[in-house]
Design a protein. Structure first.
Length: 286
């Protein structure tokens, strides 16, 4: 059910303002990731993606499946995504551990779940349904968190590990999300990373975040609007030391910089990935 793989190198998130420049210049980045829902309508956007497919592996990152909704999945949306996957043949397909639909209303937010056995069963059922519809493995991304449910007995990394064990899905480790959530909720980010099994993690995300004041308390916001912070780069270096070299994406969605700035951030990730690669010992002289 696993279809291909992204290279164990750094790629960039492709956003609309950069599309024509990427087509014209073919910047030196290993792969591209796009938000799948932006390409469901066909037209020029999808034709642009067709132009880039021969030059770059493409990953599809969905934001609207609502894997945690108790109401069930939107069958029409699932069908449209399956058709896009068939056309693009992406190396990776991913979604979020969240919910965004209730009572047929799409809320346009990636909302958090309580980590209970009941919610785990719902997400497992939906991941099974998605993987059957797509005919392939999907990756599930850890969220950024700003609150804690009063009853949420399963630690988040254990919830993800069990989800992968029961469904065969892969995991997308968003290092910035871990850092943001650890700061906001007061847990150990390094311990979270260490709890993830290397065999399940097939992609890593890094991104920038904002610092907001909330009545005298500093809250980190996962806004994807700046360079990756030094603290997140340090956590990323730890992650690749634990997980091994994994396809890594630099996300930047707001206050988009010049394309060369984004590519330069990917080069930082590539340098840290290079250090994580196992070294082949030199043969001793005869």
């Amino acid at each position: 059910m696993i279809r291909g793989d992204a290279p164990a190198a750094a790629g960039i998130g492709l956003r609309a303002p950069h599309v024509h420049e990427v087509i014209d210049t073919r910047p030196p980045t290993a792969w591209l990731e796009v938000h799948a829902e932006n390409y469901l309508g066909g037209g020029p956007a999808l034709r642009s993606l067709d132009q880039l497919r021969p030059s770059y592996p493409i990953s599809l990152h969905a934001v609207g499946l609502s894997l945690g909704s108790a109401d069930g999945l939107d069958a029409h949306h699932l069908q449209r995504l399956a058709a896009l996957i068939e056309r693009i043949e992406p190396v990776l397909v991913s979604e979020h551990l969240s919910w965004s639909i209730t009572g047929g209303v799409y809320l346009n937010h990636l909302l958090p779940l309580p980590y209970t056995e009941e919610s785990l069963e719902i997400v497992c059922r939906h991941v099974d349904q998605v993987q059957l519809a797509f005919g392939r493995q999907i990756l599930v991304e850890n969220p950024s968190s700003y609150l804690r449910f009063r009853h949420s007995p399963i630690p988040e990394p254990m919830f993800l590990v069990e989800l992968a064990r029961r469904t065969g899905c892969g995991l997308l480790c968003d290092v910035n999300n871990i850092y943001v959530s650890a700061h906001n909720l007061g847990f150990d980010a390094v311990a979270y990373v260490d709890a993830l099994p290397p065999e399940s993690v097939r992609e890593i995300h890094v991104a920038g975040h904002a610092r907001n004041d909330a009545d005298g308390l500093t809250i980190l916001i996962d806004d994807h609007g700046s360079r990756v912070s030094p603290e997140v780069w340090r956590l990323y270096a730890h992650a690749v030391a634990h997980l091994g070299p994994v396809a890594t994406l630099v996300e930047w969605d707001t206050d988009l910089p010049a394309l060369d700035v984004l590519v330069a951030e990917a080069c930082v990730a590539d340098g840290l990935l290079y250090r994580a690669r196992p070294r082949t010992p030199h043969a001793a002289p005869a």
